[in-house]
Design a protein around this ligand. Sequence first.
Ligand code: SF4
Ligand code: FES
Length: 250
Amino acid sequence: MSSGKTFKLDGKAISFEEGDTIMDAALRAGEYIPHLCHNPEFKPHGSCRVCVVDVNGHSMSACTRPAEQDIDVDNSSDAIMDLRRSLLQMLFVEGNHICPACEKSGACQLQAVAYYTRMLSPRFTHFFPRRSIDASHPDIVFYFNRCILCGLCERASRDVDGKNVFSISGRGINSKLVFNSPSGKLGDSELSVTDKAVSVCPVGALLPKHQGYEKPIGKRLYDTKPISVVGDAALYQSVNRSSKSSESNE
Ligand code: SF4
Ligand code: FES
């Protein structure tokens, strides 16, 4: 039964339940708020800030801000979209995101959200960090260049797989994902290609091997519909299907 409580999202009434965040209520109502570190299956992390909205004149992250009766949430003004674009532009220069050479192109949330916010050019100077690849695992490859430190693999490995394979270590620009294994290599960890952790990466950082180009460019998740229309359910179903097909090909 509905709680009868509502708030306004771009002028539209959105119902919410006690304990909902703005993101929870919006997604349930079929309204898209851009997000990267948020996945409805996990507790919010609040790190990427791409879900920034304006609540009664204050910028807040929709995935952590509790919904409240009668608040006015701006999810689409030019100012909010520009703020999101700057956050994305920072993410793009901080790593090496070479979309045309990435297996996840067309199914990458970072790329799709950048298109959604009409990010057409860089705003900041590229850092061009020198980061490695860990290909030590027989079934999984990890690109440090592409990791946006959203923490989803860490949460999935801990909360669903019960393995704790990942941690984020360091601060600021020196932050990086580390693997909990005797050698620090992914191949020495307990990670399996069927783990939830492998299917939640929103970018092309953590990928199953041998299937990167199975689906041709032009037929991928966001090639025909924008991320605002595709929604989260389709994204995770598509990733899970792809992990399952790799299992059946073994
Ligand atoms: Fe997020 Fe992927 Fe990096 Fe894990 S590997 S922190 S899921 S971007
Ligand atoms: Fe809300 Fe990342 S999606 S802070």
